[in-house]
Ligand binder design. Sequence first.
Ligand SMILES: N[C@@H](CCC(=O)N[C@@H](CS)C(=O)NCC(=O)O)C(=O)O
Length: 211
Amino acid sequence: MAVLEIIGAAPSNYVWTARIACEEKGAPYALTQARPHSPELLAVNPTGKIPGMRHGDCTLFETRAICAYIDKAFSGPSLVPADAIGAAKVEQWISCVNTQLDPVLMRQYALAYFFPSTPDKSPDRALIDAALPKVEKALDLLDRTVAPTGHLVGESFTLADAFILPILHYLRKLPESAAMIAKRPALAAYAERHLARPSVAKTTPPPPAAR
Ligand SMILES: N[C@@H](CCC(=O)N[C@@H](CS)C(=O)NCC(=O)O)C(=O)O
């Protein structure tokens, strides 16, 4: 069968999550570079968002669905616990990342630095300042959750961790969120430890080229 393709741009936190899943499973894959809404991407995802996936005749979009396929189609260690509570908790955290954490931490806060819509392309202070109380609240939630075991769910690395770690990588690069993480020891240790995990370190996007 053809090699599995993750289609998207390496800096995307969602593309990164899909690649972590491939690495964790030991699934051979290729990253096919494509921007959102490009023809290559629209061929596998009519919504235009990255990532998309192609494996032989199978095409998929939505990171959770792509990761579900990778988890079932390859024989490496399962990314979701087998027990009912563990599996449901992983779904709970992925859903929380997708519907509550990513929209604030990435779409509102981080993208106001990385892709500002200000006329001079300087960071969008109004959006950033409005996001900060919500960023604090989200980081409190994560800090409390990882404190007992050093994972989002249970005692080991799961797909839930693969969804939040790329976001934490970007938050550690930005001034307000970096300071907030540093003040939360459990979350700081969690980020430090898991961002060095081989599947995560190997897929970390290169820093943007200097302009
Ligand atoms: N729900 C989608 C979200 C993917 C997503 O938001 N991707 C971003 C990049 S990180 C994107 O394609 N943005 C471009 C756009 O929304 O038009 C998933 O889980 O795959």
